[in-house]
Ligand binder design. Structure first.
Ligand code: FAD
Length: 491
């Protein structure tokens, strides 16, 4: 029977896993989490996507309490600056642009409208983008609800989850794993050995040890699929600065010479970081470049992080499931890491072993996890591939590389037909791809024949209705800062 689970690592991934397993399996599973104060956590990871609300609901977290405890702000999307040439900007909003009532994805109507000479302003038909442009926020309006996520202090989120996990019976051990014992017959992990010689055994291990991947990587030798030929950025420098009084309800991602820079507004500070490629820029130059380009005053020393884009060949290997940075990493351009942790946890719960570990369930976990990483990878690469933002050696190199076949097919299909190819369950669907591809200046040559067959007046009227609705929704909302204040969640 699988009755004991040991989680190694107490970062966002470890505590998300502990809270969810304790919630799902209750006292039927004895859960122990080992974390090392000496090693610490990666300490960044501040922007999220709307699915985190489902995870919090699953855990029974009250949303206002969550926002307050994490120093959080609300997020309606990402503003991309400079990706389509100097001075350019576009918004990638959460939510959907319009209902697919004509039997085709809605964006074909918009493309038809643009082909008729209509407005290309996507912000005007997106309630989320319209509200973000005016720094407004609300969960609902008389005309409908908004799709939103959060900016959070990930360390505070981990602390909140820890409280809940411990209340549900999770036992925390402070200690450093320095050895792993394997069953000589099966190769499974039998126990981990701590620096103080304690030996902790379990039936199932969850490796949340960050980039070190002490179990799945170091002990079990599950190799790493390296995607740096497509995503050459391998460093980030992060520095917090004082808070932004305007409280923009969106993340900003700005093109830089050898990568891009993020700005994430929290209640008590602003998260900033520069993701860059060490093959094109020296680390100390990147640190200086970021420090010179902050909107508010730095409040701590810059931190340098090193990574390689990619994932574990077998995220679940033997009796060890890896989550978070131990499983893989994609740069935070679309804020997807916490989402990937969450979906892997839900998948683990769905396939959780009962009497023994069934290899068919392991294979399914690995197949679906890798497919999800690949889908996000393609979306992230698409930003680089289609950007005309800067004329540097780095940007020339990323634009020239040949993309994965799956992405090439999507880009070619979109350019030729306006159709966005996606799979059921993809995190990024037509609205997302449309916003980013057209925002970067990639316009398709055609649109769907059903949209082409609609009367021009009817298409124009639908678009006008959507513009009016988005404007009315945005106008009915308070400022983001006062929304936070009114709920008493602003510190
Ligand atoms: P970590 O935070 O590294 O935690 C690892 C844990 O393992 C720690 O508790 C450590 O003490 C423990 N540990 C390690 N070795 C041992 C050992 N031998 N014995 C005992 N314990 C051990 N994600 C987003 O969703 N949005 C973002 O905006 C975002 N931005 C990011 C920006 C950058 C530059 C980077 C690098 C990541 C970003 N991420 C983001 C990803 C996010 O930070 C991580 O996915 C998330 O923090 C989870 O990290 P983790 O828990 O896997 O690892």
């Amino acid at each position: 029977m699988i009755e004991q689970t040991v989680i190694v690592g107490g970062g966002t991934a470890g505590w998300m896993a502990a809270a969810a397993i304790a919630r799902g399996l209750g006292r039927h599973q004895r859960v122990t989490l080992i974390e090392s104060d000496r090693i610490g956590t990666v300490g960044v990871g501040e922007a999220t996507v709307p699915s985190i609300r489902d995870f919090n609901r699953y855990l029974g977290l009250d949303e206002d309490q969550f926002v307050s405890a994490t120093g959080g702000t609300f997020k309606l999307g990402i503003e991309f600056q400079g990706w389509n040439g100097p001075g350019s900007r576009y918004f990638h909003p959460f939510g959907f642009l319009g209902p697919d009532t004509s039997g085709v994805d809605f964006h074909h109507l918009w493309l038809r409208h643009v082909a008729d000479g209509g407005s290309r302003d996507l912000v005007a038909i997106s309630p989320e983008a319209s509200a973000a442009r005016d720094n407004r926020f609300g969960r609902t309006t008389p005309h409908g609800a908004l799709q939103y996520a959060f900016h959070i202090d990930a360390a505070r989120y981990a602390a909140l989850l820890r409280e809940q996990a411990e209340a549900n019976g999770v036992v925390r051990i402070e200690g450093e794993v320095i050895g792993v014992e394997r069953d000589p017959a099966t190769g499974d992990v039998a126990a981990v050995v701590l620096a103080d010689s304690r030996r902790i055994s379990a039936d199932l291990f969850v490796d949340c040890s960050g980039f070190r991947a002490v179990l799945v990587g170091e002990a079990l030798g599950s190799g790493y699929v390296d995607w740096s030929r497509w995503l050459p950025c391998d460093r980030a420098v992060a520095v917090p600065s004082t808070r932004l009084d305007t409280m923009p309800p969106f993340t900003r991602a700005e093109v830089r010479e050898t990568g891009w820079q993020w700005r994430i507004p929290l209640q008590h500070r602003t998260g900033n970081g520069y993701v860059f490629a060490s093959g094109f820029e020296r680390e100390d130059d990147a640190v200086r470049a970021l420090s010179a380009r902050l909107d508010t005053d730095a409040i701590a020393e810059p931190r340098l992080l090193r990574f390689t884009a990619g994932h574990r060949r077998a995220p679940w290997s033997h009796n060890c499931v890896s989550l978070g940075l131990a499983a893989g990493f994609l740069e935070p351009l679309e804020s997807t890491s916490i989402h990937l942790i969450q979906t892997a946890i839900i998948r683990l719960l769905a396939l959780f072993p009962h009497r023994s570990i069934d290899t068919r369930l392991v294979e399914r976990f690995n197949r679906d996890t890798i497919a999800e990483y690949e889908a996000v990878r393609d979306f992230v690469i698409a930003h680089y591939r289609t950007s005309d933002g800067m004329d540097t050696a780095f940007w020339a190199a990323v634009r020239d590389q040949s993309p994965p076949d799956s992405l090439l097919a999507r880009l070619e299909a979109f350019t030729a037909t306006g159709t966005i190819l996606y799979e059921r369950g993809d995190l990024f669907g037509p609205t997302n791809w449309l916003a980013v591809l057209t925002g970067q200046g990639l316009w398709p040559l055609d649109h769907h024949p059903i949209a082409a067959a609609m009367p021009q007046d009817a298409v124009a009227l639908r678009l006008k209705q959507l513009r009016d609705r988005a404007a009315a929704m945005a106008a009915s909302l308070p400022s983001h800062a006062s929304f936070l204040m009114d709920r008493g969640v602003r510190s």
